[in-house]
Design a protein around this ligand. Structure first.
Ligand SMILES: Cc1ncc(C[n+]2csc(CCOP(=O)(O)OP(=O)(O)O)c2C)c(N)n1
Length: 322
């Protein structure tokens, strides 16, 4: 175990956690409009998985996308400005929380239609194959997307054409207020759905960033070598409501259940590993907290001070111009 490596993973998860806590605050102050879906509790998946790929690989996500975008290396200032709807945002303020895109970093976007981006991921993998490039595509979605029709078509074609796409199901057990056992026939083994199309699949503890990264390193190597798609079911839990419009615990689960899962907070688990192995001290964690607070404060300041887009911007970026 390498101290710098573990602290870097912890730092990345901390940036996402503090960024989102701050964005919740900004939402309450009406600085952020529309919907805001927090990823709090699920950080180990984005950080662990994205740590296993190259800069030229693709990442695509759903509406709970801040974590994936930040883990991909997007500038937190531009991400916050995008949430504020400002002209300096990642998408010039026209995308907002659910539609972050950073093409430069091959972060191909967040999408609001449940499972709607799964065929896009398969399409990106087709493009990589067609161009004989050895890129892989990471496609993140919730368990609620698995029973959707478009997901099945995408799984089938990915398997049929042996495309380099890794489907990462972030199983947080609830789709809005619906527990998975009321929506998914194969809820006790969601990965079985993918296996039925001939896709290799494995389950992982999505609260353990090291377990996620270790599995992903193996999977990425295999997929890049041309062995066809892979499905990862990462077991996790969402600590907050479905979106900022919901109460944190909701009426569909008990406060006790949330508290039970909070004991396996991904940040807490990694901190324990670091401390137990004497690779970091309280002073190291305090220093990281300060550094990350500064990053997030700077992001808010940048967003606050940036202008809104001009009305004429309504007519730009509508059609492809090149
Ligand atoms: C096609 C479609 N149907 C319904 C919705 C409304 N909706 C938004 S989020 C959501 C739940 C999805 O749950 P899941 O995929 O498990 O993701 P999570 O929110 O748990 O991360 C639903 C039904 C939608 N956005 N798109």
């Amino acid at each position: 175990m390498d101290r710098a490596d573990l602290l870097s993973l912890y730092r990345q998860m901390l940036v996402i956690r503090r960024f989102e806590e701050k964005s919740a605050e900004m939402y309450a102050l009406a600085k952020i409009a529309g919907f805001l879906h927090l990823y709090i509790g699920e950080e180990a998946i984005a950080v662990g998985a994205i740590a296993a790929i190259r800069p030229d690989d693709y990442v695509i996500s759903a509406y709970r996308d801040h974590g994936h975008c930040l883990a991909r290396g997007s500038d937190p200032r531009k991400v916050m400005a995008e949430l504020f709807g400002k002209a300096t945002g990642l998408c010039k303020g026209k995308g907002g929380s659910m539609h972050l895109v950073d093409v430069e970093r091959r972060f191909m976007g967040g999408y609001a239609i449940v499972g709607g981006h799964i065929p896009l991921a398969t399409g990106l993998a087709f493009a990589a194959n067609y161009q004989k490039l050895d890129q892989v595509v990471l496609c993140f979605f919730g368990e609620g997307a698995v029973p959707s029709g478009h997901a099945h078509e995408a799984f089938n074609l990915a398997a049929l054409w042996k495309l380099p796409v890794i489907f990462i199901c972030e199983n947080n057990r609830y789709g809005m207020g619906t527990p998975m056992q009321r929506a998914i026939a194969l809820y006790s083994d969601v990965a079985e759905t993918a296996r039925s199309y001939g896709i290799m699949a494995e389950r992982v503890d999505g609260m353990d960033v090291l377990a996620v990264r270790a599995l992903m390193q193996k999977v990425v190597e295999q997929v890049r070598a041309g062995q066809g798609p892979f499905f990862v079911e990462a077991m996790t839990y969402r600590f907050m409501g479905h979106s900022m419009a919901d109460p944190a615990h909701g009426h569909y689960r008990t406060k006790e259940e949330v508290e039970e899962y909070r004991k396996r907070d991904p940040l807490l688990l990694l901190k324990e590993t670091i401390v137990t192995n004497r690779l970091g001290t309280e002073a190291d964690f305090k220093a990281l907290e300060r550094e990350v607070y500064d990053i997030v404060d700077a992001a808010v300041r940048f967003a606050e001070e940036s202008p809104f887009p001009e009305p004429r911007e309504l007519y730009t970026d509508v059609m492809v111009e090149e």
